[in-house]
Design a protein around this ligand. Structure first.
Ligand code: XUL
Length: 490
């Protein structure tokens, strides 16, 4: 009975899921999560982001992610499972974030970490840039324009890479770093995504990037699943030599390095290439056929579905990513997800049950009261200056805000996923807030669709565990939320 470990390094937390596989049966035998802010207060993050004065800038800490990985491996090792049966590990990570390593971060340094010490303090020396810009960063509008112009325009960039230039995408972020600090850029040996950085730490050597996460960079040619020379040139000099290779999501990057074996008594399990949280979630929700979509309600809210052929969004808000199945996925991302829901909940002094009761007690359509919940700069639609917009909604109207935030988010999801042209009849809901039945009822009402809740809440982590098995098992879900009539004007 082999064990497979999936890890999900998200914006705010790290989750681990172990699957036990015996014949045709697959069981979740371990599930554990740790929140970065609480588990590692010494790093000073808030909701997984380092303190910032400019709302457009969002960076986090690679050593924190490394230490969280260490803490999770300790939990797995002390879980009571016979970890000698651990056959493979794969992972999922927040997309777009980049980690800058110097020549001391080379393969030999990665494989020679001291098992007596935690990894965070050791990887510090291997970083040319101490912090990593993450997907919440919206400070690169100038670089987006420069990149688009450098490759012959926004349309050309979208056709080749699957997306027009987006501020959080890794290419514009790398260009900004190169412009702001050319010397440190020159001293950077390797630029990893969060996913490939963590896979490299586990394998003790540089791991490749998979096409799913690679297509969140504005640098990869979707058709060839390789770096697009024109985009590399328009981004920064000598970039090709600094990037890992692109390799299919089922590639084995190596085996668990001696560091983890000695530190936690784990075997030399296979380390399968990591991917982004959204591509992994595609697997974890079982979205391996077209016609279904998933909505993930996490720090970011996303809507995504499988595509056989890449169909680029002409409205410019959506993306086409590579899917871990080898096909494609369409995705639209919204920055004001759970943090916006939390802000409303906190400003009216509610608990989550209180939030749900309020939602259940207010009428669909909110009596015409509308809230556009842009507490942080919004990705879809692009809103650079954060701020809540209220229409016919009094500032002290708690119930109106509760329904307003959820309806505003769901209507935005419905409106900005029309480009996928999938005729949404069935939605699989995942992410932390998908546990909230009242939110899912609003989803069913707004989309006029059936909504399913998944058995395992963290579909990105489950997808990673299934990928560790190098297998794609669709999961059935329960229960169904009634098909609503749909709201007007969606
Ligand atoms: C997707 C995106 C977010 C992050 C959050 O494009 O930016 O969903 O992956 O983890």
């Amino acid at each position: 009975m082999a064990l497979y470990l999936g890890l999900d390094s998200s914006t705010q937390s790290l989750t681990g899921i172990v699957l036990e596989v015996e014949g045709d049966s697959t069981r979740v035998v371990f599930e554990s999560s740790l929140a970065f802010d609480e588990a590692f207060p010494e790093y000073g993050t808030r909701h997984g982001v380092l303190p910032r004065s400019d709302p457009a800038v969002a960076v986090s800490s690679p050593p924190l992610w490394a230490d969280a990985l260490d803490a999770m491996m300790a939990r797995v090792s002390h879980s009571g499972l016979d970890v000698g049966r651990l056959a493979a590990i794969a992972g999922s990570a927040q997309q777009h974030g980049s980690v800058y390593m110097n020549s001391r971060g080379g393969p030999s340094a990665l494989s020679r970490l001291d098992p007596g010490l935690p990894p965070g303090e050791q990887v510090v020396h291997a970083l040319s840039r101490p912090v990593a810009p993450i997907w919440m960063d919206s400070s690169t509008s100038t670089e987006c324009a420069e990149l688009a112009e450098g490759v012959g325009g926004a349309e050309a960039l979208a056709q080749r890479t699957g997306s027009r230039a987006f501020e959080r995408f890794t290419g514009p972020q790398i260009r900004k770093f190169f412009k702001d600090d050319p010397r440190t850029y020159a001293a950077t040996d390797r630029i990893h995504l969060v996913s490939s950085f963590l896979a490299s730490l586990l394998a003790g050597r540089h791991a490749p990037i998979d096409p799913g996460d690679g297509s969140g960079m504005n640098l990869m040619d979707l058709a060839t699943s390789d770096w697009w020379p024109a985009a590399l040139e328009a981004t920064a000099p000598g970039l090709r030599a600094k990037l890992p290779a692109v390799a299919p999501a089922w590639t084995v990057a190596g085996s668990l390095s001696p560091y983890w074996q000695a530190r936690h008594g784990l075997p030399a399990a296979k380390v399968v290439v990591w991917s982004g949280d959204n591509p992994c979630s595609l697997i974890g929700t079982g979205l391996v056929r077209t016609g279904l979509v998933a909505i993930s309600l996490g720090t970011s809210d996303t809507i995504f579905g499988l595509m056989r052929e890449p169909r680029v969004d002409r409205t410019g808000t959506g993306h086409v990513f590579g899917a871990p199945t080898g096909a494609y996925m369409g995705l639209t991302c919204f920055a004001n997800g759970s943090l916006a829901r939390e802000r409303v909940r906190d400003s009216f002094g509610l608990s989550w049950p209180g939030f749900s009761q309020t939602l259940a007690a207010t009428p669909p359509g909110n009596g015409g009261r509308v809230l556009l919940p842009w507490y942080v700069p919004e990705i879809t639609p692009p809103v650079a200056a954060p701020g809540v917009r209220r229409y016919d909604l009094a500032i002290d109207d708690g119930p109106g805000h509760v329904r307003g935030v959820v309806e505003g988010q769901q209507m935005s999801l419905a409106l900005h996923s029309r480009w996928m042209d999938t005729g949404i009849e069935t939605i699989l809901a995942t992410g932390g807030a998908a546990a909230n039945r009242e939110i899912l009822q609003v989803m069913a009402d707004v989309f006029g669709a059936e909504v399913f809740q998944l058995e395992v809440g963290n579909s990105a982590c489950l997808g990673a565990a299934l990928r560790a098995r190098q297998d794609l098992i669709p999961r059935r879900s329960s229960p169904v939320f009634g098909r609503g009539r749909g709201l007007p004007d969606v």
